[in-house]
Ligand binder design. Sequence first.
Ligand code: SF4
Length: 243
Amino acid sequence: MPATTNNKQRVLTHLFTTIKKRYDPPEPAALPVLEQIIYAICREGTTRELADRAYRNLQERFFDWNEVRVSSIREVEEAIADLPHAEARAQKLIALLQEVFETTFSFDLELLHKKGLKQAAKHISKYEAVKGNDYVVAWVMQRALAGHAIPLDLPTLRVLRRLGLLENEQEDLEALRGSIEHLIPKARGPLFNEIISFLANEYCWEDEPNCSACALCSDCPHGREASSREAVGAERSGRPKPR
Ligand code: SF4
């Protein structure tokens, strides 16, 4: 049965209070628009730690964004090698920088601040390198353009569905984003994303999530189900029940 709004709010309150005690991420760095697009390409589907490292490597190993643009995919891939799908990301980064350079003769997209959110989002999503990538657009809206957007990548969707914060049968990403944005105050958006990403990486793995160690287990429909299955299994095998 779908969770009610009250249930969802209860889970969210618990999420912010309990997980924040275990993981209190530092304030995200303020970056210009283009840099946030680059960072989002690194960040999607992985952890903050790996994305930070990849982004730092890009800054340290290349003189500037132009040098990244004219480098080979292999060279860029090496700088971001710790990220999953590093080659595909390197391709995207070079393609994006090429498109931005060809259209602006610079590496500066700060003019988007003057466009209003919808137009700015439209502008970003027109770049072939990130076309149709709702995560990147939402990330930039949240982090650089002061908009209310919650970027949803696969690990985030997995956790939110298991927690009952998103309905399983819903597929349309924009509609899903709308429903979660409705529940999270704008000021908490960045922290929410960091916390969910932490949960996905530490406990809520794709296969065999570590629900018994997860502080949200009692609030989480998937976690409760997993615990009761474990309890039944333990009873049948004569092992003590998991707590
Ligand atoms: S209880 Fe399990 S399924 Fe639920 S959020 Fe935690 S790890 Fe994920």
